[in-house]
Design a protein around this ligand. Structure first.
Ligand SMILES: Cc1ncc(COP(=O)(O)O)c(C=O)c1O
Length: 376
């Protein structure tokens, strides 16, 4: 009998170790990691700088709570603040917690201005997490079923209709600049959303949990939002999320308005700081652009439609993606589905040409095997 609640339909392998782009299962078989812990391991497995930072921090101090100042947390917040225009940062443990906190910040902002608002506009195919508010903002019946009542006030719009739906009642528009779980779909209407939010006094929130920190090829998605949420790559493999708020929101939360025991844990911050320093020092977003272009061209050559940006690409298989993902795993390559009918590629930013070609070859072979060569 399994000791778990049945939340995960796991693939039938157990991963025991990782090195760079590759992971090894318990039986000794190596795989190319094309999914990087679902967009977490920007630098791949066991990057020396991340490991050294974690070891040093573990030896020094593992946890203090947020009752006290935490030096390494401040260092990481300072890098983020500088990166995002003097932003003010709150650290959480996960993406969904960052999104919950962001919604609280949005509501508090309007409440402080004497104009309480709670209506949130989200887009079709969005994924914002699994806690109740994040789930309410994730318009997928299979995920929401059985959890009523979800928090009210979420309005779902097709991207090209979203700007026109913003009114003086809108608290915020919450959007992934490139949707992840929904199928690596770039959102083309961010300028129109920015303009509509400005016109109606609503806030614009970017959920950059999957596409952020350079994976899309851009460190900073524009136009600038009022709030961005980060997680995944932020902790370099350890659990860490963040709300990153524009300067005009820096005073919105006052002591006691929000908090967490573990958020901004020193070891997670050390791993995150080493990761972010490396992403910046090695200009890895540029690498995401060049490697992403190679990946995209290779996938398109199979005849499959491809969507995405940078090292966040989805190849649409013309049927359920699961069998293609399984056939790729049998060929020694790990990927996962997105949007039901797409195979999602989220490799480490450090992947090289050989790794990209291996991903493409495995996809092409698996697609031929499963669909008899027909894609689209
Ligand atoms: C865009 C986006 N938002 C939110 C989340 C939720 O993050 P977490 O799983 O860390 O709670 C995810 C996770 O896949 C995501 O991709």
């Amino acid at each position: 009998m399994t000791p778990f609640l049945h939340t995960y339909a796991r693939y039938p392998i157990e991963l025991a170790r990782g090195e760079g782009l590759r992971v090894q299962d318990e039986e000794g078989r190596w795989y190319l990691d094309g999914i990087a812990g679902i967009a977490v391991l920007a630098l791949g497995h066991g990057h020396p700088k991340v490991k050294a930072a974690v070891h040093t921090q573990v030896d020094r101090l593992m946890h203090t709570s947020n009752l006290y100042n935490v030096g390494i947390q401040r260092e990481l917040a300072t890098v983020l603040s500088q990166l995002y225009g003097d932003a003010a940062v709150f650290f959480s443990n996960s993406g969904t917690e960052a999104n919950e906190g962001a919604i609280k910040l949005v509501r508090k902002h309007h409440w402080r201005r004497g104009d309480p608002r709670h209506e949130v506009i989200v887009l079709d195919h969005a994924f914002h997490g699994r806690t109740l508010m994040s789930l309410a903002m994730t318009p997928k019946p299979a995920y929401q079923q059985g959890y009523d009542p979800l928090p009210q006030g979420v309005v779902v719009q097709e991207q090209h209709e979203a700007a026109a739906a913003v009114t003086d009642r809108t608290a915020c528009v919450f959007v992934e600049p490139i949707q992840g779980e929904g199928g690596c779909r770039p959102i083309e209407v961010l300028p129109a959303l920015r303009e509509a939010c400005d016109r109606h006094g609503a806030l614009l929130v970017y959920d950059e949990i999957q596409c952020g920190l350079g994976r899309s090829g851009e460190l900073v998605h524009s136009p600038a939002p009022d709030i961005r949420t980060l997680a995944k790559a932020l902790g370099g493999g350890l659990p860490l999320g963040a709300i990153v708020a524009a300067p005009h929101l820096a005073e919105t939360f006052q002591p006691g308005d929000h908090g967490t025991t573990f958020g901004g844990n020193p070891v997670a911050c050390a791993a995150g700081l080493a990761t972010l320093d490396t992403i910046l020092a090695d200009d890895l977003p540029a690498r995401c652009v060049s490697m992403g272009a190679r990946l995209r061209a290779g996938l398109q050559a199979t005849g499959a439609p491809v969507t995405g940006r940078g090292l966040m690409q989805a190849a649409w298989t013309g049927g359920p993606a699961g069998p293609v993902v399984d056939a790729m795993r049998a060929r020694g390559v790990l990927v996962c589905p997105a949007g039901g009918e797409a195979v999602r590629f989220l490799p480490p930013y450090t992947i090289d040409e050989g790794g990209i070609d291996e991903l493409v070859d495995a996809f092409a072979g698996a697609l031929r095997e499963v669909r008899g060569g027909a894609a689209g």
